[in-house]
Ligand binder design. Structure first.
Ligand code: AMP
Ligand code: GLY
Length: 426
């Protein structure tokens, strides 16, 4: 079967690497991909948001399955675009319909969904321009800190944790009256702050059945010791030591099962990944957010730990036969460290040559490209997060050490990475 994978980050390189290993994958195309994905298949210069062009390509190339990496095409309805088009309807697309992608695309929808299905999450209220004055009064009464969330997709910047009432009111006003996040901020969710340790939980579902993939923890702050501004993710580990059987069982019973049953009860077509951002408060799990795709950089540790044939899993998703499968996992610990451009998450340069990518690697380490592009014989930086080095070992400490060894031999102007991924488990 010919497979088309949409996206261009580290997540997509890890997915491409895994898909290409399947005997069921005769050719792999990645749109638009990066310098790393071209080692797993053929990069195609198509935007994942240009549904017409993606559809035409699938017909022309006789594509048998489409796998969607990022959230935006899903939220904008790529699955529905395929379903309503008679020439595309028979091609399975791995990812939820637009209705299902609202779990990520609308914080308001996801909070109401959790309410409807008694899924534990932070208490909240939502406001828009017609309830603005009520919102201001609510903020003044609210305990600190106050969490404000723009309803829609805001490129990962839509969540604000305000330490004072003055700040909360100012940000609330900027969202509702100053158009701070555009349309995404036309509704604002005001949420209770939860204090605890976070965990990324990944579920693959066909809409009726589900399988839980290995969990992971990502490191969002740019600086060591979890200091400094938030980023897309500076590293990840899997498994997560505090996610023991007792805690994971609470997540299954209180969150995963009600989520899958809720999607099914609401007749939402969901055949893809559900990424549940969980926070452990005391001994109890609460949902911080849902995403309708895999996490990045979590994919770079979760997918390497997966022993199953990914194409077989995706086929079972498309055919709603996921109940016939089980997940097989590598017991070792995987750690990934993300190397970023100097200045990230602020402004940074692109187009800088990268050296050291051709170093010999042991079986325990993998280099996944994120923001890179090939030019003639060179590989150049092409984004904030440039590449991820994943390593396997028996302990977090050794896995981190192996990835650092590989990164020490990689260079580009301004290269920066955290040396302390997994620090709290060392
Ligand atoms: P999100 O963009 O939804 O992933 O949120 C970004 C980050 O904000 C999360 O990973 C949490 O660290 C934090 N966050 C979101 N909601 C809450 C909350 N209710 N309490 C504490 N932290 C939160
Ligand atoms: N690593 C968090 C995310 O992918 O949203």
């Amino acid at each position: 079967m010919k497979i088309l994978l949409l996206g261009s980050g580290g997540r997509e390189h890890a997915l491409a690497w895994k898909l290409a290993q399947s005997p069921h994958c005769s050719s792999l195309f990645i749109a638009p991909g990066n310098a790393g994905t071209s080692g797993c298949g053929v990069n195609i210069n198509l935007s994942p948001l240009d549904f017409e062009a993606v559809g035409a390509y699938c017909i022309a190339e006789n594509i048998g399955m489409v796998v969607v990496g990022p959230e935006e095409p899903l939220v904008r309805g790529i699955v529905d675009f395929f379903t309503v088009n008679p020439a595309l309807r028979s091609i399975p697309v791995i990812g939820p319909s637009a209705s299902g992608a609202r779990l990520e695309g609308s914080k308001s929808f996801s909070k109401q969904f959790m309410d409807r299905h008694q899924i534990p999450t932070a208490a909240y209220r939502e406001f828009n321009s017609s309830s603005y004055t009520e919102g201001i009064a609510y903020l003044h009464e609210h305990s600190l800190p106050i969490v404000l969330k723009a309803d829609g997709l805001a490129a990962g910047k839509g969540v604000l944790i305000c330490q004072s009432h003055v700040e909360a009111v100012a940000e609330f006003e900027l969202m509702l009256q100053g158009n701070k996040f555009g349309e995404a901020g036309n509704t604002v969710v005001v949420e209770e702050f939860l204090s605890g340790i976070e965990l990324s939980v990944f579920v693959l579902t066909d809409g009726r059945h589900y399988l839980t993939l290995p969990e992971a923890k990502d490191y969002k702050r740019v600086g060591e010791g979890d200091k400094g501004p938030n980023t897309g993710g500076m590293g990840a580990v899997s498994p997560v030591p505090f996610a023991d059987t007792v805690f994971m069982d609470k997540i299954t019973q209180r969150i995963i099962i009600p989520t899958i049953n809720g999607l099914s009860a609401e007749e939402i077509d969901y055949r893809g990944f559900v990424f549940i951002g969980v926070i452990k408060v005391g001994e109890d799990p609460y949902v911080i957010e849902y995403n309708c795709r895999m996490g990045d950089p979590e994919t770079e540790v979760v997918i390497p730990r997966l022993k199953n044939d990914l194409v077989e899993l995706f086929t079972a998703v498309a055919e709603q036969r996921l109940n016939e499968r089980t997940i097989q996992t590598d017991d070792r610990t995987a750690c990934t460290i993300v190397a970023v451009s100097g200045g990230y998450p602020g402004s940074y340069e692109k187009g800088l040559p990268i050296t050291g990518l051709d170093q010999p690697l042991t079986e325990d380490s993998l280099i996944f490209h994120a923001g890179t592009r090939a030019e003639k014989d060179a590989v150049l930086t092409n984004g904030g997060r440039v590449l991820c080095v994943t390593s396997f070992a028996e302990t977090v400490y050794e896995a981190v050490d192996k990835s650092r060894d590989v990164l020490e031999k990689i260079d580009y102007e301004g290269i920066y990475y955290r040396r302390d991924i997994g620090f709290e488990f060392l």
